[in-house]
Design a protein around this ligand. Structure first.
Ligand code: SAM
Length: 163
């Protein structure tokens, strides 16, 4: 067992059920300056470094209209997380919390989200600030921040789509 998988005092791991594939598609790859989990910020900041969302084919046309928004929600797969902890000790001090009361990357479905600032779009690459994930983290989805995508804003733009 690697050190990464060792339990801290009070932590509880469970046997993982058989994986049922939800059919997730990695629509791109996130490039950031962080190689190790210790280096990455716990949460991204809008004055953090510019990171790159490299969108894969055939999803590039789906970027059309993204530049309308200043804030985007990025959804990603925290691929280097273990998934079997139900109790965790983030402070490593023996006191534990339930996984669903934490934003820890360790969870049954290691999905991370960040609200980021759009810096620009260069072809198939979206430049943003506000991420906290490791370099090469798989990208699951990209959507307008829900605050900007209010029914009122959509109405002003003439969008017919309902949220
Ligand atoms: N902002 C997201 C959220 O709240 O859903 C993620 C927050 S999580 C606390 C961020 C931490 O996850 C980073 O500090 C790093 O330790 C870890 N992490 C980042 N990328 C990861 C990856 N690809 N696999 C596993 N852990 C990762």
């Amino acid at each position: 067992m690697s050190a990464e998988n060792n339990l801290r005092d009070g932590e509880l791991a469970v046997e993982m059920p058989a994986v049922r594939d939800a059919g997730l598609i990695f629509i791109g790859r996130i490039r950031t300056p962080w190689i190790s989990r210790e280096d990455a910020p716990r949460q991204g900041r809008h004055d953090g470094p510019v990171c790159r969302l490299e969108i894969f084919d055939p999803w590039v046309p789906a970027l059309q209209g993204v530049d309308f928004y200043s804030n985007l929600e990025v959804i990603y797969w925290l691929h280097r997380s273990r998934r079997d902890l139900v109790l965790q000790s983030p402070k490593k001090n023996g006191s534990t919390r339930g996984t669903f009361s934490l934003r820890s990357p360790v969870r049954p479905n290691p999905i991370g989200t960040s609200i980021v600032r759009l810096v620009g779009i260069e072809g198939a690459t979206v430049l943003v600030r506000g991420l906290d994930c490791l370099d090469e983290t798989p990208l699951l989805d990209l959507k307008p921040d829900r605050c900007e995508f209010s029914p009122l804003a959509a109405q002003k733009r003439g969008d017919v789509e309902a949220e």
